[in-house]
Write a protein that binds this ligand. Structure first.
Ligand code: KIV
Ligand code: ZN
Length: 521
């Protein structure tokens, strides 16, 4: 290998399967299609689009993503059962490049659940992988909870899966238990001991329970794994998964000691991160590596001084590399449509003419109220434009009176299914009064699980981004909105979540999980 030659590492994104499994992160059909398209455009090699047997909704999403896919391999998940695998194939077979991913829990704890002996499980693996390979020439197999499986048994079952035709063997750290040294040793041991290991690709799939997922994934690559499984923003059950943006940027920035390359267009990272945060309702923590609001912020005087003299003093990567338009100037109320289009292009956002019109109207409205419109504001407007639609509930007007010496009072006019209604409600503060008014006009039993407000930029005229998560009969819906008026943003986020619940209710069953995910990491 010359100095420049780098080994290719395949990026397998499972935001739409493992990520979507995290409680509350359910996405609508259209949102899944949108995220899949963004993943494909950013150069993700393999997209795990869902778990087709889990529900009609999952099946439809995987099939449609497969039909629309351009470059990425489209993969579906299936348990080690013939009917699961058949259903998975039905969904992915429309893709230009389909893959079946089948798995079974191989550790003693997981073998005890179906109550299979080692031999019985080995036989099941042989049958199911053979079946999958007869349908599709691209088959991935995973021994779930591999990091807590006896090494001899792990070698034995990996060999069986390879002989039965698996082309990728994924080694999941399902419960986020392993550490970097161990993660590397496990891959090294498998490569050394398992016959046929040199003919397949080893993948690493790490959960983040001890905060070591990214380090474990990179250690596995050092030891010979060539596929990293990850999600945008590290979304996933419990503490989540390896974050795509972390591994990709770590390989890019530290190519000197980790000579591996991915085909990811890193400038698309920030936009997809924000879209996933919005549609999943899981905001990104401020200090999250790469995509957190503060990841490129410099607060202390010493840091700011250093940055002004030489950016490299406190920055190991350029904000532009992840899609943040570093030092570009804010827009103002005199900026025209061409400037907005150019800014959106800079931010890696592709919009059609109609969407641009809509975003421009929102931008003008905001610029009238706010002196400078920053990149973050623009991205919040894009999100709002993409979230609003022809909805069951639409706010016509909202007026709130609040202050000391009495309860707050909200006067709300809202269209409910096309009919205009209005009411006045009192509450314990402006947001409480507003939410009560929404409930008065649209009675519902949805429980508020989360209400969160973040300022998008600095200053008292900053836009507030509000996230609301609701739960109704086990169904979860999230809504987000942004506005310089925090109460109005709250009302819109609440109504947005109610609209989503309404859509779910009207296509009863399609989004409901029919099988238990409990034992799938
Ligand atoms: O964490 C895990 O083990 C999984 C498998 C289904 C691959 O997600
Ligand atoms: Zn997992």
């Amino acid at each position: 290998m010359t100095d420049q030659a780098k080994d290719r590492v395949y990026i397998f994104d499972t935001t739409l399967r493992d990520g979507e499994q995290s409680p509350g992160a359910t996405m609508t059909h259209d949102e899944k299609l949108e995220i899949a398209e963004l993943l494909d455009e950013m150069g993700v090699d393999i997209i795990e689009a869902g778990f087709p047997i889990a529900s009609e909704g999952d099946f439809r999403a995987v099939s449609e993503i497969a039909e629309r896919s351009k470059n990425s391999v489209i993969c579906g998940l299936a348990r080690a059962q013939i009917n699961d695998i058949d259903r998975c194939w039905e969904a992915v077979k429309h893709a230009n490049r389909p893959r079946i991913h089948t798995f079974i829990g191989t550790s003693p704890l997981h073998r005890a659940i179906p109550n299979l002996t080692q031999d019985e499980m080995a036989e099941r693996i042989h049958q199911t992988v053979t079946h999958a390979r007869n349908l599709c020439d691209n088959v991935q197999w995973s021994p779930m909870d591999a990091t807590r499986t006896e090494h001899d048994y792990l070698c034995r079952v990996v060999e069986i899966a390879i002989k039965a035709g698996a082309t990728t063997i994924n080694i999941p750290d399902t419960v986020g238990y392993t550490a970097p040294v161990e993660s590397a040793e496990l891959i090294r041991m498998l490569i050394e001991k398992v016959p046929g290991a040199d003919e397949i690709i080893f993948a690493t799939h790490c959960h983040n329970d001890l905060g070591m997922a990214t380090a474990n994934s990179l250690a596995a690559v050092e030891a010979g794994a060539r596929q990293i499984e990850c999600t945008i923003n590290g979304l996933g059950e419990r503490a989540g998964n390896t974050a795509l943006e972390e591994v990709v940027m770590a390989l890019k920035v530290r190519g000197d000691i980790m000579p591996y390359e991915t085909h990811i267009d890193t400038r698309k990272i920030m936009h997809i991160s924000r879209r996933v945060a919005t549609v999943s309702g899981f905001p990104v923590q401020f200090n999250k590596a790469i995509v957190g609001k503060n990841a490129f912020a410099h607060e202390s005087g010493i840091h700011q001084d250093g940055m002004l003299k030489n950016k490299e003093t406190f920055e190991i990567m350029r904000p532009e590399d992840v899609g943040l338009a570093g030092t570009s100037l804010p827009l103002g109320k005199h900026s025209g449509r061409a400037a907005l289009r150019a800014k959106l292009k800079d931010l890696g956002v592709d919009v059609g003419d109609n969407q641009l019109k809509d975003i421009f109207v929102r931008f003008k409205d905001l610029a009238d109220r706010k002196k400078e419109v920053f990149d973050e504001d623009i991205l919040a407007l894009v999100t709002a434009a993409m979230t609003d639609g022809a909805d069951h509930l639409e706010i016509v007007s909202l007026k709130v009176v609040c202050g000391t010496g009495g309860p707050a009072e909200a006067t709300l006019e809202m269209e409910v299914g096309g009919e205009e209604k209005s009411c006045v409600m009192e509450g314990d503060g402006p947001v409480d009064a507003t939410f009560k008014a929404v409930r008065a006009l649209y009675p519902n039993s949805a429980r508020l699980q989360l209400y969160q407000v973040n300022a998008v930029t600095e200053g008292t005229d900053a836009q507030a981004t509000v996230s609301v998560r609701l739960e109704e009969d086990g169904k979860i819906a999230t809504g987000q909105s942004a506005d310089t008026d925090t109460v109005y943003a709250s009302a819109k986020a609440y109504v947005n979540a109610l609209n989503r619940l309404h859509v779910r209710r009207s296509k009863t069953g399609t989004d409901q999980k029919e099988i238990s995910y409990k034992d799938v990491g």
